[in-house]
Design a protein around this ligand. Sequence first.
Ligand code: FDA
Length: 429
Amino acid sequence: MRRFDAIILGAGAAGLFCAAQAGQHGLRVLLIDHFDRVAEKVRISGGGRANFTNRELDPAAPHKHFIGRNPAFCRSALARFTPADFTALLDRHGIGYHEKHKGQLFCDRSADDLIGLLLAECDAAQSAGGLVERWQPCRVQRVEYGTAADDDPAQSSASYRITTERGLVETPALVVATGGLSIPKIGASGLGFELARQFGLKLTDTRPGLVPLTFDGAAWAPYAQLAGLSLPVRITIGDKPRRVDFHEDLLFTHRGLSGPAVLQISSYWRPGTPILIDLAPDVDLAAELLAAKARSRRLIARELAAWLPQRLAEAWVAQDAAWQRPINEASDKALQRLAECLQRWALTPTGTEGYRKAEVTVGGVDTRGLSSQTMEARTRPGLYFIGEVVDVTGWLGGYNFQWAWASAHACAAALGMRHRSLPTAQESL
Ligand code: FDA
């Protein structure tokens, strides 16, 4: 059996970063992942350029950009490892990046550069007296905790024993970085949640987040022809004081709605609740239509095209005969009703595209069971949870990766402290 100072399950964003940092604190780290490719979500993120952080993140007010039972939980980790810390790392590696929209930072070239950085940081462990060994693909078969009679007491106190398809390994510090349930075909699994349950930690309800919303086939039929059309909207969910709204682009799809506006709101959506969309934000559409009536004889759809894409305007007026006429012939009431429908489009999704398409899992390991300083389970010394497996979900825009880096950094710092106060792991055959 081989013994490591720390074993990390999951070689994604959080697991790789934690392994690199812990290795650089001098730990001998084993990183295990069952998927054949490393950090696959980093690779496919941000359209292949990885939106790896967000400059607008405010560590002092995490509730602005993070969802979870207790958004304040992530304050400490986010304050100790900020977006500027991560960009400094990119600068050291000579990786170019740029800001796109609302503080979102992307790699100039490719997300592969970021994966290269994470792997190079793991390699750098050796020059600090540590080591990061990666077993991938390697299935985890069982995780147990305890002391075995055949242990050399000088070497081993209580520890985690992990049975893998490459053999049995042991460690005093087990880090669970297996992420959430989204996109199973690239490696997502429920292992992190199962381990939390096995070791007595509570979970909050999980659901797909940052995911397209779907609608009943017949009810959606009039809009299905709009698939591919995109426009800026204001989208709202909930009532005051818990109302949330986003001013972003919306995309019509064959089965429903997507685009940044809908992905953002989906993380707050619960089955049965309506969402409200303003398809012409920033104008008083009723006033504009009434003014147009006084000066124009064109069809209402043509006039609407000043504020909406033509295809949408035409599909919309087709819903009511009172809107399919020259604007000067329409009643004020009909125009006001049209404006109201477009600016307060209330609709109740029937579902989401599910984990198959979701960018994240909302919910996870209940933060009340974890230390916000170290990510260690309060009732299970030596067991840590980092990244998306924890009940911390960021907005679209680089917030989820920043949480992965920051929680990994906090955990690795704790592993470093622990390591300095414990005897070093010796390999035993
Ligand atoms: P992550 O999912 O990265 O890694 C978990 C690892 O654990 C995987 O390598 C997996 O194979 C492994 N694993 C799972 N089960 C296992 C098991 N049973 N045994 C062993 N290993 C196991 N975020 C952002 O901030 N900016 C962005 O641009 C995007 N874009 C984006 C696009 C798409 C398509 C998706 C799906 C997601 C995003 N995200 C994002 C979200 C972001 O990718 C996500 O929040 C982080 O990758 C989470 O990092 P973790 O390391 O926690 O999990």
